[in-house]
Write a protein that binds this ligand. Structure first.
Ligand code: ADP
Ligand code: ZN
Ligand code: ZN
Length: 752
């Protein structure tokens, strides 16, 4: 490999300076260049700067990783770089180290890994300049509006009113990344308020060089479990260690984060908080900004490229004390990093599922280790991997077993569906419970992880069912039965009037989706509003925020939703949670399905009775005695996890084995099979690694492509990674590789 040798002016003139550069592209290696023409040899070329490079017949932006005097290429074949984009590194040494580790661990091209770390604008070669941060504030005229005028605004323009209110509560103003969290598409509304002269876009004072910290909201008096967790975490600052904060929903994990972060701020450190999806957790962000009078930066999907690059640059220059972001925020440079927190650490969205398939949790742990800072993994339903590590004492296990502030855990019980008459999937028992809770003024939350009206349309006469033409999948009935749509390739068609097979018009929707339950609830409780929360109902920007705001009003209503509602929200007025299909996930081919079902149950159940009213959770199931359900009914996730881990150990699955998956898809099944068969030939013999396949993926045909895979399994990580390291280039060079799309997934979270 290369060495970091700084260029000294008195270096022998004949030995050229060689730049080793990470350039985006499929090749798993660095590229060598000469310094650009006119480079002053006195200017140091530091790793982490961007270079504009000639590449084939075009240009690319690369990241300098090393400088020395050696290249395997003959000197005359080396080309000079075109330009240096900055003198000071954009990526810091610890971050470069992390990216190189990730590239090796995931066997992903270093150029692609480095470019993932940068926000798009910087990846494209734009100057690393921060738009002077500006924020929205009330104008003098806005602050002086009469109560009369304000209540008229509230009635006539609720969106304007919401933003106005938000600004009223933030005397120092709101930056676009904050404002957009609540109002993902605020442009038109802001314009209207601005035209009236009630709000203005103000230049913000430059942020303080050193981060100031002071409490604007009193810290809560921590209970004894919280105190123990906080004290342990604070004692551990300044060195690497992994903590699993394993606390039931409502146990006050956020308060523990807040007090640990306070200690980090006092030491002048920066905190990185990763969450599965920021749009779903505005309340968490709200609590951080209420507690701390400091710079909080948010990286989320509603930001435009400029805003994203601004937040990234401010964080990397140390101007942001608390950076809250989703998965990819793990690659933001933070010069004074003091603590990493991963909230809802079990959440599958921390794993990137295409291209560079990293797991943000695993990268975060590596980063904490490299930068000698502690990392907190928090969850009410930790992943089996993390629990296993805690039980093996690799992580410190911090337990919060009580609900904070006196709320009691909900009562959980099942409704045995066998032989019950169902009304559109709803049992009489569940309907009765919904009625009771509504009568007492509570909100009711109904959970069904299936979108659409019905998952199947069947001909009653001949049994014909409507399948997708491009996938091995049934079509879902949508829009009050008007359309048929495929969840896997997105194709859709109007619902036919007749069976194409026997021309009967007796077509029947089978099974239930959220749309159908919504209609059923509407007719069972005509006087109560029903709100649906799923990907279809919240597609419009800002729709989710509006629905959530409405729920917070606490009015009597029924909410029906998919897993979207299971994440992180507080619904203080919800007293009943009904789970329509407790059997979903009990019988699946994927080895993680049971774990995912248990986590979802815990999360959904955790929405009930979070305030002073006690909650109730009912699960409709055809298998009330299923061994997976019993521990969950007893609020014993740990027993569930122990059983599940024992099973994984018996059959040889993670965390007891290490997995890698080579996937291939092609328009002909034989193309994918041939490639994988040849890849298998390249990989063998493979000492200490078992290889299974080529096998068809659980859904073999998707969007017209045939999916096959090769599963690699090993007791030790090392031989698996060594094998891949040695053989991947040969696999990439197979002729059959050109006929397929293929990829490697290290530590896959689903085998499909
Ligand atoms: P979790 O993240 O574990 O689900 P939260 O941190 O959201 O739980 O806390 C649940 C509720 O309990 C919040 O309303 C929070 O303000 C409150 N809470 C947390 N800790 C305490 C405490 N020590 N005393 C009183 N209330 C608390
Ligand atoms: Zn038919
Ligand atoms: Zn399809």
């Amino acid at each position: 490999m290369w060495h970091n040798v700084s260029v000294t002016p008195d270096a022998a003139p004949l030995i050229p300076t060689i730049l080793h550069v990470a350039v985006p592209g499929p090749l798993r290696r660095l590229f060598d260049y000469l310094p650009h023409v006119g480079h002053d040899p006195l200017t140091p070329l530091q790793p982490g700067i961007r270079l504009r490079l000639p590449f084939g017949r075009s240009e690319r932006i690369g990241i300098l990783l090393g400088v020395d005097n050696y290249s395997a290429l003959e000197p005359q074949r080396l080309k000079p770089a075109l330009a240096l984009l900055e003198n000071q590194p954009l990526l810091s040494p610890p971050l470069l180290q992390l990216l190189q580790w990730a590239s090796r661990y995931y066997h992903h091209p270093i150029g692609e890994v480095c470019s993932t770390a940068l926000p798009k604008r910087l990846r494209q070669g734009n100057a690393a300049i921060i738009n002077t941060p500006r924020c929205w504030t009330l104008s003098a005229a806005g602050a002086a509006l009469s109560p009369d005028r304000l209540s008229r605004l509230q009635r006539q323009a609720p969106l304007q009113w919401q933003i106005f209110q938000q600004l009223q509560q933030s005397p120092t103003g709101l930056t676009p990344d904050r404002l957009k969290l609540y109002h993902p598409a605020p442009a038109a509304t802001l314009k209207r308020l601005q035209t009236q002269g009630w709000i203005e876009l103000a230049q913000r004072a430059p942020p303080p060089a050193a981060v100031t910290w002071n409490t604007t909201e009193p810290t809560l008096h921590a209970n004894s479990e919280q105190q123990h967790a906080i004290a342990t975490l604070i004692a551990g600052l300044g060195k690497f260690h992994t903590y699993l904060l394993d606390g039931i929903t409502g146990s006050g994990k956020t308060e523990v984060y807040l007090q640990a972060v306070a200690a980090v701020l006092q030491r002048g450190g920066q905190t990185l908080l990763l969450v599965p999806e920021i749009g779903l957790t505005p309340q968490l962000v709200e609590r951080f900004s209420q507690r701390f009078n400091t710079t909080i930066g948010l990286l989320h999907s509603a930001l435009n490229d400029q805003e994203r690059s601004d937040v990234w640059l401010r964080a990397s220059r140390g101007e942001i004390a608390i950076l809250i972001g989703t998965r990819s925020a793990i690659f933001t440079p933070l010069p004074r990093l003091g603590l990493i927190i991963l909230d809802e650490e079990h959440d599958a969205s921390f794993k990137q599922q295409d291209h560079f398939r990293y797991h943000a949790r695993d990268v975060a742990i590596k980063r904490a280790q490299m930068e000698s800072v502690p990392i907190i993994l928090g969850s009410a339903s930790p992943s089996l991997e993390s629990l296993h590590n805690a039980w093996q004492q690799r992580y410190t296990h911090l337990l919060l077993r009580q609900r904070a502030g006196g709320a009691v855990p909900p009562r959980i019980h099942t409704i045995d569906l066998r032989q019950q008459r169902l009304q559109e999937g709803l049992s009489a028992t569940l309907l009765g419970a919904i009625g009771d809770h509504l009568e007492r003024g509570g909100q009711v939350l109904i959970f069904l992880n299936r979108r659409g009206y019905a998952p199947l349309l069947l001909c009653h006469h001949c049994g014909w069912s409507f399948q997708c033409r491009h996938c091995d999948a049934r079509l879902t009935l949508y829009h009050g039965q008007r359309d048929l749509r495929c969840h896997h390739c997105g194709s859709s068609q109007p619902r036919p009037e007749q069976c194409p097979e026997c021309h009967s018009s007796e077509l029947r929707p089978i099974g239930n989706g959220t749309e159908r339950i919504e209609l059923a609830l509407n007719s069972a409780f005509p006087e109560v509003p029903v709100l649906r929360i799923d990907r279809d109902a919240t597609r419009r920007k800002g729709a989710l925020a509006e629905i959530l705001a409405e729920i917070q009003q606490g009015q009597r209503q029924i909410l029906i939703g998919t897993q979207m509602i299971a994440k992180g929200h507080h619904f203080p007025a919800v007293t009943l949670v009904g789970i329509i299909n407790g059997d979903q996930g009990l019988y699946s081919v994927d080895f993680r399905a049971g774990e995912r079902m248990a986590q979802q149950l815990i999360q959904v159940a955790g929405r009930a009775g979070r305030a002073e009213r006690a909650g109730e959770v009912v699960i409709q199931t055809h298998a009330p005695d299923h061994p997976l359900l019993a521990p969950l009914l007893a609020h014993d996730y740990h027993r569930f996890a122990r059983d599940a881990l024992r099973e994984r150990q018996a059959v040889g699955l993670p965390p007891f084995r290490h997995l890698a998956l080579i996937r291939a898809d092609a328009t002909q099944a034989s193309g994918a099979q041939t490639f994988l068969q040849e890849a298998l030939g390249v990989l063998q013999p493979a000492a200490d690694v078992e290889i299974f396949g080529p096998l068809a993926a659980p859904m073999e045909r998707r969007a017209g492509q045939h999916h096959y895979q090769l599963l690699l399994q090993a007791r030790q990580r090392q031989p698996l990674h060594q094998l891949l390291e040695q053989k991947l280039d040969a696999i990439a060079q197979l002729k059959s590789a050109r006929q397929v799309r293929w990829s490697l997934d290290i530590d896959p979270i689903e085998i499909s």
